[in-house]
Design a protein around this ligand. Structure first.
Ligand SMILES: NC(=O)C1=CN([C@@H]2O[C@H](COP(=O)(O)OP(=O)(O)OC[C@H]3O[C@@H](n4cnc5c(N)ncnc54)[C@H](OP(=O)(O)O)[C@@H]3O)[C@@H](O)[C@H]2O)[C@H](O)CC1
Ligand SMILES: [K+]
Length: 562
């Protein structure tokens, strides 16, 4: 499991060492790791180091200091090194080291921004060390102009120092312009903003350099499940299990208008381990469901025992003139009431999001996309006389709004996106990014809802106990349902990447990827490559290489092992 931290958490972990005068050692470890990453990436691309050219964009603070010290190390490897000093000052010792290593420095000004952009864009590598965790907002003035020009000129290789300048280390919000990085070399702890959109999209592959503060870091601000975690968390039946003990899921989904959502969500639930799926809905929809999933049980009256519910796929929001909505929405309301009394986990999707009570239990998992989350929050905010929230608000600050919705409602909130975020009402967040943009297709959300419902039914009885698999991974009781939803998001994303294989996919193709690979997924048919390079983390900087393989400047980083 990958842990990520806010810039503040990392800075606080650094502080005692700074106070004891070890800041220079930390910086040298950071610079060593940064320089080593540039060398490795150039070699990976078949470039010679000696004689290659690198430019460092250096800000006024320690982020700029990291970059200048790293460039000095690259100069000692025979690289031609240029520094563009973007502020009126620079880290004095680092600049001195850079110049004495033979580097050439230019002070950026509005009148030379274009000339410097053209001068440096052709270099073999650019190191972006303008702003790090001390940034407030984005690039300004000539630095913003230089980066905008470099974006157009598309340098061969961009390596961001700690975070791409302009990306908020805590939230992943982006203050444009930001130079998209091929690699982000981050220090001490992975920054949460590198694992949340839109920041993740600009980070490229993330490499962590340990600088000796790791043991001082607090509980992570954001977590990411990896393949070995799926192995531990993907449920599998025991010898004494039977269909009722494996987890029965009740599904209230579909409508005359959208029968397909019921078909897809029931099929998905049935294919991913639920012992049984009970379907409740209009007869015409039920016939479609049975045609595709004959093993489903269609319930007329009150259903038999279930361990969990999935409510909402394909159920439209209430019409303005019909506040109670159609029969399905009434069925959703009744089921929510019964489920709360029974303490059952509920996956709440689509139209069901509009009929939730003010406060929900953490084992109710909402699965909105950005527009649905904006509507969900706006209903609550306007009822309190607060400003509405737009889809664009959510799109630019997904981590903030997912967390807000969870803490405000008490429910667990899975916010779908290129990077899917799952917020626990405790404030902890899981971030999963195994998907592909091709998953943005009709029915994909219904398949996810069915998969998540199936897992909820399988987890309901014992998985959340203190001797269960989530506790074994060290996940706090209040965050276990968020972790369960993250399992679903991870499996769904992996299935989507396989079904897409780089091209368009349909929800039906996505379904086909679900069951066959189910047991293999946990082991991850893509084994994660994690290697320690550099030297011992206590005595020297060490680089824990883990690859969020994001094709350089591709849309979003994906967690796929190499
Ligand atoms: N602390 C350590 O020992 C280590 C730090 N590491 C690296 O350091 C950065 C954090 O460095 P810091 O100096 O705290 O902050 P920055 O370098 O990110 O910012 C520098 C200054 O820039 C000014 N600033 C802030 N926002 C902007 C902006 N939008 N545009 C222009 N300038 C801005 C601000 O100065 P002011 O005088 O304007 O207040 C900042 O102080 C961290 O990211 C690491 O790279 C290493 O990890 C090693 C250990
Ligand atoms: K930076």
């Amino acid at each position: 499991m990958i842990s990520a931290f806010t810039g503040t958490q990392v800075r606080e972990a650094e502080q005692p060492l700074l106070d004891s005068g070890e800041g220079a050692v930390l910086m040298q470890r950071a610079a060593h790791g940064l320089a080593a990453a540039v060398v490795r990436e150039l070699q990976r691309r078949g470039r010679r180091i000696y004689g290659s050219a690198v430019t460092v964009l250096a800000g006024k603070g320690n982020n700029g200091g990291d970059g200048l010290f790293a460039a000095a190390k690259l100069a000692s490897r025979g690289m031609r090194t240029t520094a563009v000093l973007t502020a009126d000052a620079a880290h004095p010792e680092a600049l001195a080291a850079f110049l004495s290593a033979g580097g050439r420095a230019h002070r950026l000004a509005p009148e030379n921004a274009e000339e410097l952009a053209v001068l440096t864009a052709g270099d073999d590598a650019i190191i972006d060390s303008v702003l790090g965790t001390g940034a407030r907002g984005g690039l300004r003035g000539a630095a913003a102009e230089l980066v905008s020009l470099l974006q157009e000129l598309r340098p061969a290789l961009v390596v961001a120092c700690d975070i791409p300048s302009g990306v908020d280390a805590d939230t992943g919000e982006v203050h444009w312009p930001v130079l998209p990085a091929d690699v982000t070399v981050t220090f001490g702890g992975i920054k949460a903003g590198l694992l949340a959109d839109p920041g993740e999209e600009y980070a490229g592959r993330v490499e962590l350099v340990r600088i000796g503060i790791e043991h001082r870091l607090p509980a992570a601000s954001l977590l990411r499940l990896e393949a070995p975690d799926l192995t531990a968390l993907v449920p599998s039946p025991g010898r004494r299990d039977h269909k009722y003990s494996r987890g029965v899921l009740g599904v209230v989904a579909g409508s005359e208008r959208y029968p397909g959502a019921a078909v897809l969500s029931v099929q998905s639930a049935s294919a991913t381990g639920a012992g049984m799926v009970r379907y409740l809905g209009p007869g015409s929809v039920a016939r479609h469901v049975l045609a595709r999933t004959p093993e489903a049980v269609v319930e007329e009256g009150s259903p038999g025992r279930v361990q969990a519910w999935l409510l909402g796929p394909g159920i439209p929001d209430p019409e303005p003139g019909e506040p109670d909505g159609d029969e399905q929405l009434r069925r959703v309301r009744d089921t929510l009431e019964a489920a709360r009394a029974a303490g059952q986990p509920v996956v709440v999707d689509a139209g069901a999001l509009g009929v939730l009570p003010a406060r929900c239990p953490a084992h109710w998992i909402l699965t909105p996309h950005a527009g649905e989350l904006a509507a969900f929050l706006s209903r609550r905010h306007t009822a309190r006389g607060e400003a509405a929230v737009t889809r664009d608000d959510v799109g630019s600050r997904p981590l903030h709004f997912a967390r807000l919705a969870a803490t405000d409602s008490g429910a667990t909130v899975l916010l779908k996106g290129a990077t899917t975020l799952v917020a626990s009402p405790s404030g902890a967040v899981f971030s999963q990014s195994e998907g592909t943009p091709w998953l943005a297709t009709a029915g994909s959300g219904d398949v996810l809802a069915g998969l998540l419902g199936s897992l909820a039914a399988q987890y309901a009885e014992t998985a959340m106990d203190d001797d269960g698999p989530f506790a074994a991974l060290g996940i706090a009781p209040e965050d276990r349902w968020a972790a369960a939803a993250a399992v679903a998001a991870s499996l769904h994303g992996r299935a989507g990447s396989r079904a897409s294989d780089g091209g368009p996919l349909t929800a039906r193709a996505l379904l086909r990827e679900l069951p066959e690979r189910w047991p293999a997924w946990g082991t991850g048919t893509r084994s994660r490559s994690v290697s320690m390079t550099g030297r011992d983390p206590i005595r020297h900087a060490a680089v824990l290489l883990w690859h969020i393989a994001a094709p350089p400047r591709a849309g979003g980083g994906t967690l796929s092992a190499t």
